[in-house]
Design a protein. Structure first.
Length: 415
């Protein structure tokens, strides 16, 4: 499909964007590269300038709620490329998308070819109407656009070889896997203990097994599958603790916790400033029962706490005490440390430091396998690992050679 505007500038921008994605390692196959060169992204993002539309790391917001929060967007090209590579769409396949923007559906249609089938679904009629119009205007009228709640699958459509979810999901409804072929693949941004990963799951009977998992962020699911995190506010509204599955037994126990003396511990574990640490995040979420994420309101920040990341910092809560991750520089490297507060600050800080050292020793160069089983699967039939029980699925995060995890975390975490 050629650029319908025949505008040399947008063609150049598209080529530059695609080249940047190849150089960044987001595009790794000739098929995905060809799709990005073919589809005019700017035509699916009329809200933005062509330069903004082709910025390879930026979203284009297309709808916001009454609070100014983005609830629909054209996803960033690097994330779209990553997920399409995860999906491995082949010519002639039947492919589905949850979350309609138009552009990604057009890319999927390019990969499936003229004899394949591409269908995109959204719960918002304004979004589907926009997608239908833009797909027709760019010559992708063969893409089927459906208005429905994704929680219940793709009504009227047969089995799918690939299903890509382009909104943040907390669970995996049975309708998605029921509509996959026996060897089908689901690519979904799944939230687990507050962390979101784009996971490529292959279907193996009634279970799903991950083939890859990448860090990502998406607007959240709407409709019957929507599930919000819970937020515990401390010191007015300056500091918040975010919980995905679980809640403190006694939230009031943290009243005044930051009025106690701070304990500081350093792990001796260092990383280069640009070194990926996604496995560290997932390891702490796996290993620690009291894992949560700390955020600091930038407008209310008094500087009392110094977390590594003030938007979503890795933290540990144990009763009336908590600890959070911080860092310090050592030349060209960064060392992980912990600040602890509360009556048991020393113990909770030491527990968090210990997990940094275990990660460094045993899991720094490994990634877990993530399984999704039907929710009624007995615990005895699950592999070893952190079990997260959701509405439809029991998710298991299983690390290689993880004997200590099997021993300490096989109790299901009820949501």
């Amino acid at each position: 499909m050629t650029d319908t505007s025949m505008d040399g500038r947008t063609t150049t921008l598209r080529e530059e964007m695609t080249r940047a994605l190849v150089q960044a390692g987001r595009i790794t196959s000739a098929a995905v590269e060809a799709a990005f060169l073919a589809v005019p992204r700017h035509a699916f993002a009329p809200e933005a300038t062509p330069e903004k539309a082709y910025a390879w790391h930026d979203i284009v917001a297309t709808k916001k709620n009454e609070h100014g929060v983005v609830i629909s967007s054209v996803s960033a090209p690097d994330v779209q490329a990553m997920m399409l590579e995860q999906a491995e769409i082949k010519v002639g396949m039947r492919v589905g998308e949850v979350g309609s923007g138009g552009y990604n559906a057009a890319l999927m249609a390019e990969l499936a070819g003229p004899h394949g089938v591409a269908v995109t679904l959204d719960i918002d009629p304004a979004v589907t109407e926009r997608a239908r119009r833009l797909l027709d205007e760019t010559g992708y009228d063969r893409v089927q656009v459906t208005l429905a709640d994704a929680e219940h699958g793709f009504p009227g459509h047969g089995p799918l070889d690939r299903l890509i979810v382009t909104v943040g999901a907390w669970d995996i409804p049975a309708a998605w896997t029921d509509q996959l072929t026996e060897d089908g693949r689901l690519v979904v941004p799944l939230r687990m203990r507050g962390l979101t990963r784009s996971i490529a799951f292959d279907r193996e009977g009634d279970r799903l097994v991950s083939r890859s998992a990448e860090v990502c962020g998406f607007v959240t699911m709407q409709g019957d599958g929507e599930r919000a995190e819970r937020l515990l506010l401390i010191r007015g509204k300056e500091i918040g603790l975010r919980f995905d599955d679980g809640w403190p037994d006694d939230p009031d126990a943290l009243n005044g916790v930051f009025d106690t003396e701070r304990v500081e511990k350093w792990s001796g574990v260092t990383v280069a400033p640009a070194e990926p640490i996604k496995s560290l995040q997932m390891w702490l979420a796996t290993a620690l029962d009291g894992f949560c994420l700390m955020s600091v309101d930038p407008e209310l920040d008094t500087g009392l706490v110094a977390p590594q990341n003030k938007r979503a910092n890795l933290s540990l809560l144990e009763g009336d005490s908590l600890a959070y991750t911080t860092v310090r520089r050592h030349g060209d490297r960064v060392e992980f440390g912990v600040h602890g507060y509360g009556p048991n600050a020393d113990a909770v800080a030491e527990a968090l430091v210990a997990e940094f050292r275990i990660w460094d020793r045993e899991h720094r160069r490994s990634e877990p396998v993530i399984y999704a089983y039907p929710v009624d699967t007995p615990e005895a039939d699950l592999p070893a690992g952190r079990i997260i029980t959701k509405r439809h699925r029991r998710i298991v995060i299983s690390w290689p050679h993880e004997g200590r995890v099997e021993e300490s975390t096989t109790t299901a975490k009820e949501n």
